[in-house]
Design a protein around this ligand. Structure first.
Ligand code: NAD
Length: 297
């Protein structure tokens, strides 16, 4: 299949490489020229603009930060819609506001006749690299069926959730759970340390029980190592929680736990930690308690 791939950041780069490995022809674009060069060295071609990357392809994949970036990449000046055929399908894999996703899909359809799926992912950089992302998909079922195999080149789990926007509803639910889960892991590990009990041993003791989780196994070892290298940046998680708050308030639903985690993340941002991994929530507890769980080397 011929794929135009827009957005070669932490996630997009390995995802595009996995499409190449699966035998697809990939034409890429990003503002960051070194990322484009890396993909060209791996076998991709490059378009000078998003419109060029979209020329003559079957599918355009976008993997950019947020709704305005998706809109610009697809519908902006020199955007993909200017270069693509009307039969080209857009698969937006960015995590964005589901309401915006619906609007962008409708505008795309009206302006060009093109169809769109929203297929955000979970799993972070490690799963993007080994091609085992969880992919949650919204849009017309017959279009999803046609591109399931393409998505499987990047994902270990590819699940159809419903109409356009549903993929991002699932992703926001995922981000709400992840934020609260990291928060309580940080709180519990700090509690153990302040009680005079080794948090690493507490982690080993509880990880196999009901409290254990993928989040706990991914993030507690990072907290213990004092490793805040992203991974998934606090700024992006703030973006997701902001989208979750907007979407839930639009349907008159209070989301108190999500709102609380948003405020915790604002504290981190205020300490210039927006570019740190979201395991950095541990430093909010460190500042509040004066206790660090980082293991002495
Ligand atoms: P990133 O900031 O590392 O990369 C985004 C890339 O998009 C950048 O290289 C940027 O230059 C490019 N870009 C932005 N607008 C563009 C445009 N108009 N045209 C061309 N290129 C453009 O972000 P990321 O971590 O790769 O995340 C991408 C998306 O995936 C986000 O929506 C994020 O929430 C989601 N996500 C990230 C992770 C993670 O662990 N990093 C996990 C799951 C989902």
């Amino acid at each position: 299949m011929k794929v135009g791939f827009i957005g070669l950041g932490i996630m997009g780069k390995p995802m595009a490489k996995n499409l190449l490995k699966a035998g697809h022809q990939v034409c890429v674009n990003d503002f960051k020229k070194e990322a484009v060069e890396e993909l060209v060295a791996a076998g991709a071609t490059a378009g000078a603009t998003n419109a060029e990357a979209a020329k003559g392809v079957d599918v355009i994949i976008t993997m950019v930060p947020n709704s305005p970036n998706v809109r610009e990449a697809l519908l902006g000046k020199n955007g993909a819609a200017e270069g693509a055929d009307k039969d080209t399908v857009v698969i937006d894999m960015s995590s964005i506001d589901p309401v915006e996703s619906k609007k962008i899909a409708a505008e795309l359809k009206e302006r060009t006749g093109m169809e769109m799926l929203d297929c955000p992912v979970s799993g972070g950089e490690p799963k993007a690299i080994d091609g085992t992302l969880s992919i949650m998909c919204g849009g017309k079922k017959e279009i999803f069926d046609k591109y399931t195999d393409l998505l499987k080149a990047m994902g270990g789990s590819v699940v159809y959730v419903g109409e356009i926007g549903s993929g991002n509803v699932a992703k926001l639910a995922n981000q709400m759970v992840v934020a609260a889960n990291i928060g309580i892991c940080a709180e519990a590990m700090t509690f153990a340390k302040k009680m005079g009990t080794d948090p690493e041993l507490v982690y080993q003791a509880i990880r196999g029980g009901l409290a254990g989780s993928t989040v706990m196994d991914a993030k507690v070892p990072m907290m213990l190592a004092g490793n805040y290298k992203p991974g998934f940046r606090i700024d992006l998680h703030i973006k997701d929680l902001n989208n979750a708050l907007n979407a839930s308030h639009a349907i008159n639903m209070p989301v108190p736990m999500t709102a609380h985690m948003m405020e915790v993340m604002q504290e981190l941002k205020n300490h210039d930690e927006g570019s740190c991994d979201h395991d950095d929530i541990i430093r909010y507890y460190e500042r509040m308690t004066g206790v660090s769980i980082v293991k002495e080397k």
